[in-house]
Design a protein around this ligand. Structure first.
Ligand code: ADP
Ligand code: MG
Length: 232
């Protein structure tokens, strides 16, 4: 598994690429024990339907292109597809959306993936500080990071205790402990993801940015639904 991560990074370097595709980023994450949604890259509609059946409905379809960083901005993500017919029409729709927004994009295919059930959204990120090297970030998804900037940072590598501290430190932490109808989130699963991300960026210093956004956290376990890795 670890060799798989190195192989992807070596291939990208040879191709003088800085961005990794979502399936590449997720394969690397998975090799480091970070849970990700099951996925398969389809090259046509028929293949997309076959993969959807293998993965099991409902599924999500996403554009895979080196030219598209924010997939939903171009209509490149369609969630909650419940049958073959919906997969076929979503496939066509995604290709049409991408052609309309970015006609010159290179399209690697369409990613068919398991639809993760709703959960508490969190974000784990890593950047490379010119002075301190790999640095980790944690926050709750949506408005907490984007509007309130409620995030916390640590220089990598972190210990298990430091990973747990990061989680407790954000102002939105009480939301993870459960409130009203929302069940408590598996804080241990988040700490493990932070720890594994730390290991990943320490062992692969060529990673300039890493973004697990969002990770859905459940009463038990968590799942990364989007992963992005940028190389130096
Ligand atoms: P991008 O950030 O490039 O626009 P994402 O892959 O993050 O694209 O998808 C956009 C949104 O769609 C996510 O924030 C999430 O809410 C939802 N989503 C994406 N993939 C899944 C999935 N496998 N299961 C459930 N929801 C998903
Ligand atoms: Mg995303």
């Amino acid at each position: 598994m670890m060799e798989k991560a190195s192989a992807i990074l070596t291939k990208a370097r040879k191709e003088k690429r800085h961005a990794l595709l979502e399936p590449e980023s997720k394969t690397i994450c998975s090799a480091y024990g970070i849970p990700v949604t099951e996925f398969k890259l389809a090259k046509d509609e028929t293949e997309a339907v076959r993969f959807a059946k293998q993965i099991g409905y409902p599924v999500v379809l996403k554009i895979v292109s080196l030219d598209i960083i924010h997939k939903s901005d171009v209509g490149g993500v369609i969630v909650n597809l419940k049958n073959d017919k919906e997969v076929r029409s979503a496939y066509k729709k995604i290709i049409a959306n991408v052609k309309k927004h970015r006609s010159r994009s290179r399209i690697a295919g369409v990613l068919v993936q398991e639809m993760a059930p709703p959960g508490t959204e969190v974000i784990v990120g890593a950047t490379k500080d010119p002075q301190f090297g790999p640095t980790l970030m944690f926050g709750l998804g949506g408005i907490f990071v984007e509007v309130l900037k409620d995030v916390t940072f640590r220089i990598a590598p972190v210990t298990k205790e430091e990973a747990s501290e990061m989680i407790c430190e954000v102002k939105a932490y009480p939301l993870l402990k459960g409130y009203r109808n929302a069940p408590p989130a598996d804080v241990g699963a988040i700490a493990k993801i932070i720890l594994n991300t730390s290991r990943l960026v320490m062992e692969h210093q060529e990673i300039k940015e890493l973004d697990l956004n969002p990770i859905l956290v459940y009463r038990k376990g968590a799942k990364t639904v989007d992963a992005r890795i940028i190389l130096e």
